[in-house]
Design a protein around this ligand. Structure first.
Ligand code: SF4
Ligand code: SF4
Ligand code: SF4
Length: 323
């Protein structure tokens, strides 16, 4: 058992035993090799199934948005997940008194799709992620891969590997991670293209969109109980259609829905089954919101919970160039 798994299990059992929480939300082994799946541990026996490794990727806090659980609970979070906790607290989707945030510093998560052609993922025994690369130990050998070869794209430009909100931090703080990619440069390069080129870029992506809504469902800023895009396609012009025009309407509407609220967790893009770079659009709007309203980087500390999103409030000096 890894040291991290031991720490996670011990903390969960301590909280359950002491009656501090009724539920601990973490990860357990998934059905397929090296996959993990969320675990809702409400007994000491279930807490024994908890694990922690570089495959613990799905963001857990979104699963806790208001109405899903009434028990006091604890949840394990990485840096990116901790920013989603801020979003949920600010949107009143979580009650701060009802959740214990257990932060775990993170070096990066491994993308099985990236490494599956380089190692036999059914024989992986252990994975170590460092600032210099990723060592994948299998039954026969140890493969040394670069971070670019092995990690999710969102981890290659991670600015918050340590939790920005946590009642307790488990493990040692991670020093600054290497910048293997610069997504803001990529956004700027796309923004500098001509309108026709941008149109061509996005149409090529949006016409592949399956409207599976994985991006929406993974997003902590998308918590409407009744999403207008779930309506019957015959009933409204904003329904679940399948044409390029319908898909563009969905993506543009969602981008504006999360404007000034996106915490840049990268989950929308990570979960897309057809590789649509949706976070490029959201990040562009975040940068524009900063230019317009000077909001800077949002969700970087617990103090941000009391700062209302710019489109959720108004100031008399707000820009009104459009009026
Ligand atoms: S984005 Fe950062 S905190 Fe999140 S999984 Fe990647 S390295 Fe870890
Ligand atoms: S839009 Fe994407 S990056 Fe932004 S909060 Fe939602 S899932 Fe995270
Ligand atoms: S996850 Fe990808 S395919 Fe699914 S709705 Fe979002 S952009 Fe479209």
């Amino acid at each position: 058992m890894s040291k991290e798994t031991e720490l996670v299990r011990n903390k969960a059992k301590e909280l359950l035993e002491d009656g501090d929480v009724e539920l601990v939300v973490g990860y357990e082994e998934g059905t397929y090799p090296s996959r993990t799946t969320p675990l809702f541990a409400d007994t000491l026996e279930k807490a024994e199934r908890l694990i922690w490794n570089p495959f613990c990727v799905n963001s857990l806090p979104k699963l806790l948005s208001k109405g899903h659980f009434e028990d006091k609970l604890a949840v394990f979070v990485k840096g990116c997940d901790s920013r989603t906790v801020i979003r949920l607290l600010q949107d009143n989707q979580l009650d701060r008194d009802e959740v214990i945030v257990l932060g775990i510093p993170c070096n990066g998560n491994v993308d099985l799709d990236k490494i599956k052609d380089k190692v036999d993922i059914t024989t992986i025994i252990e994975v170590e992620v460092t600032n210099n690369g990723v060592n994948v130990k299998t039954e026969g050998s140890t493969e040394e891969l670069s971070r670019e070869e092995a990690l999710y794209d969102k981890c290659l430009d991670c600015r918050f590997p340590n939790p920005v909100i946590a009642d307790e931090v488990i493990g040692n703080e991670v020093s600054e991670l290497p910048k293997n990619k610069n997504k803001d440069d990529e956004v700027a390069s796309l923004a500098n293209k001509s309108v026709a080129e941008k149109n061509e870029f996005w149409e090529a992506h949006f016409e592949r969109c399956l409207r599976c809504y994985a991006c929406r469902n993974a997003c902590s800023a998308c918590t409407c109980r009744d999403c207008l895009f779930d309506r019957d396609e015959r009933s409204t012009w904003l329904a679940k259609g399948k044409t390029l025009s319908d898909n563009e309407a969905f993506h543009i509407t969602r981008a504006f829905h999360v404007a000034g609220r996106c915490v840049d967790c990268g989950e929308c893009e990570r979960v897309c089954p057809v590789g649509i770079p949706v976070q490029k659009l959201n990040r562009k709007i975040s940068l524009d919101m900063d230019n317009l309203f000077g909001i800077g980087e949002i969700a970087t500390s617990e103090d941000d919970i009391d700062n209302p999103p710019p489109l959720g409030t108004f100031l008399t000096e707000d820009p009104e160039e459009f009026m």
